[in-house]
Write a protein that binds this ligand. Structure first.
Ligand code: ZN
Length: 264
């Protein structure tokens, strides 16, 4: 039973943070069971090691393996501290340059604009997926948020949901509903990010057609950008046509809560 629990904890920590499982095993080895209050000591060692590696060591090691930590700035920010705490904020240097370019472009039209990112990639190992995204496994992919405005029509950098996922910009009655189509065809998982919001403290915000169109246009203009995933009804609503704008397939999940893009 104890072995099973340890394996389970190791697997979960590895899935959410990549390095957490290995550091958990190291903390078991460092603090033997014989010592008094070993569970408390182990937990302390694990937390200390985890924070040390996450914030001080890995940002320096990752570049050796071809990935860099996204450097937050006035114009580029993680939507939640958890993306940084869980090492989900690494990209290839080329993608980092692209993010800076897009963020600076956004400032030209709106001096308060911030490019807000969600899940990127883990620091190490190609083909190691950053679940639940199967494709975020090579440092070339990232999710960024849509743009919103408040009821007065003023653009804001706030987002409806706490995680940045799961607050959908639903199609209206006349727009094509990809979600309806996919679910009708048996893809039950297509809208499951609705369970991943972690709460919607700003659900009064409305989708900014202009702001999101401007953001998407600046992403499209970057030569290094390959595919972009955005839901069909939003693409039509913003009158955007471009070969880079693709449908991710019913086997994935809906993209009317965020934008996914990747470099070539
Ligand atoms: Zn994505």
């Amino acid at each position: 039973m104890k072995l099973f629990t340890r394996i389970l904890i190791t697997v979960i920590l590895t899935i959410v943070s990549q390095i957490g499982g290995a550091l958990y095993l190291i903390s078991i080895v460092l603090i033997p069971k014989k010592s008094n209050s070993h569970i408390f000591k182990r937990a302390s060692v694990f937390v200390s090691l985890y924070l040390l590696f996450t914030f001080l060591i890995i940002p320096h090691i990752a570049p050796i393996f071809g990935r860099v930590k996204i450097e937050d700035s006035k114009t580029l920010e993680s939507h939640s501290f958890f993306y940084k705490l869980l090492n989900r904020n690494y990209v290839r240097p080329e993608l980092h340059d692209v993010l800076i370019t897009i963020a600076e472009e956004g400032r030209k039209a709106n001096k308060d604009f911030k490019l807000i990112y969600l899940d990127a990639n883990f620091p190490f190992i190609d083909n190691f997926p950053l679940l639940p995204h199967l494709s975020h496994n090579d440092g070339k992919k990232i999710d960024v948020t849509l743009m919103y405005q408040n009821k007065a029509g003023v653009q804001t950098n706030l987002k409806p949901s706490r995680s940045g996922y799961g607050a959908f910009v639903e199609p209206n009655e006349v727009e094509f509903s990809q979600t309806h189509f996919c679910k009708e065809n048996g893809y039950w998982q297509y809208d499951y990010p609705k369970y991943l919001t972690l709460g919607t403290p700003n659900d009064e915000l409305v989708f900014s057609n202009d702001g999101t169109k401007r953001l998407l246009t600046s992403i499209l203009e970057v030569e290094a950008v390959g595919k972009i995933f955005i839901e069909q009804h939003l693409k039509a609503r913003m009158s955007l046509t471009n070969d880079k704008l693709r449908f991710q397939g019913c086997g994935a999940v809906r993209h009317d809560d965020h934008i996914h893009f990747q470099i070539k």
